[in-house]
Write a protein that binds this ligand. Structure first.
Ligand code: GUN
Length: 291
């Protein structure tokens, strides 16, 4: 048996097309063009690639995308002042501070400084709380939103299914578990200190893996027919000296057992950016309705 591959690249293109249509409708109705500003502090090479993709796709959807580059030695006061300026700028509907930040900057303080209605990452404590409570005004983090969309392309009704989220980060694992709970799954969260991970994984109808440990989840950890979403993306060297992107799931084994599976790359990655655009459009629509 071979799992259905969930084509995140194609599904993300559909999301982006929906966003582009929404952007055009909003502009026609209100004259407002949604604007996203990404703040990049320092010169992390992986962040450079992500930020370029985010801004290119923002523009392709008809929105205004900008990158504010700040030097690695930017002080916290300077960064907070930049965030405050963007909070007050009516042309900016979404603010994203790219992680990782240089070590001298306090991530929590920076995230708390972003106006909740412009926090398109969904990391501000107000959005974390609203997401936890399942409130409509929540801005929900992009990766879990994208993952839920992928799961729903293969399983329409998740009610009563057993879901396991491996990884308890604030960016993916915790909000993911809250979204699955909202879909009436029976949800568990596992992490690196979980002792019986294979047994727990084998009980899951829906398995979301976000640990950053390449190949952690083996084929014999899976319930036959399970829906498996691999959020991991690690750069690994091939024997030929090339760089290859690998996920947290041993793909060649999992594809024999799972019912549906995301590839790496081309699974979750494109969905994260698509939902960043979607969150930015939503933020702009809410700003217009507040006018
Ligand atoms: N760096 C890697 N992923 C993310 C993300 O989702 N948001 C931000 N702000 N930075 C990241």
């Amino acid at each position: 048996m071979s799992a259905q591959l969930i084509d995140g690249k194609a599904i993300a293109a559909e999301v982006r097309a929906r966003v582009a249509a929404g952007v055009a409708r909003l502009a026609a109705r209100s004259g407002v063009v949604p604007g996203l500003t990404v703040i990049l502090v320092g010169e992390d090479p992986a962040s450079e690639v992500y930020v370029r993709t985010k801004v290119t796709q923002t523009a392709a959807a008809g929105m205004r995308g900008a990158v504010l580059r700040l030097p690695a030695e930017t002080t916290e006061a300077e960064l907070l002042a930049t965030v405050a300026r963007l909070n007050a700028d009516p042309a900016v509907h979404g603010i994203l501070v790219q992680f990782p930040l240089p070590a001298h900057l306090d991530v929590a303080r920076v995230v708390e400084a972003i106006a909740p209605e412009k926090d398109v990452d969904g990391f501000n404590p107000l959005n974390v709380g609203r997401t936890a409570a399942g409130l409509r005004e929540a801005i929900v983090p992009c990766t879990p939103l994208g993952v839920l969309h992928l799961i729903k392309t293969v399983r329409v009704d998740l009610g009563g299914l057993s879901a396991l989220v491996v990884g308890a980060s604030n960016v993916v694992g915790r909000p993911m578990a809250r979204l699955l709970l909202g879909e009436h799954c029976t949800v568990s969260i596992a992490h690196v200190r979980t002792t019986d991970l294979p047994e727990r994984a084998r009980a899951a109808d829906v398995l979301v893996v976000a640990t950053g440990v390449p190949g952690l989840v083996r084929g014999d950890w899976l319930k036959p027919g399970a829906t498996v979403i691999d959020v991991g993306i690690t750069r690994a060297a091939t024997p030929e000296g090339k760089v290859r992107l690998v996920g947290d799931v041993a793909f060649d084994e999992a594809v024999q057992v799972a019912g549906a599976l995301t590839p790496v790359p081309g699974g979750v990655g494109p969905m994260t950016v698509a939902y960043l655009l979607s969150n930015t459009l939503d933020a702009a629509e809410r700003a217009v309705s507040r006018r």
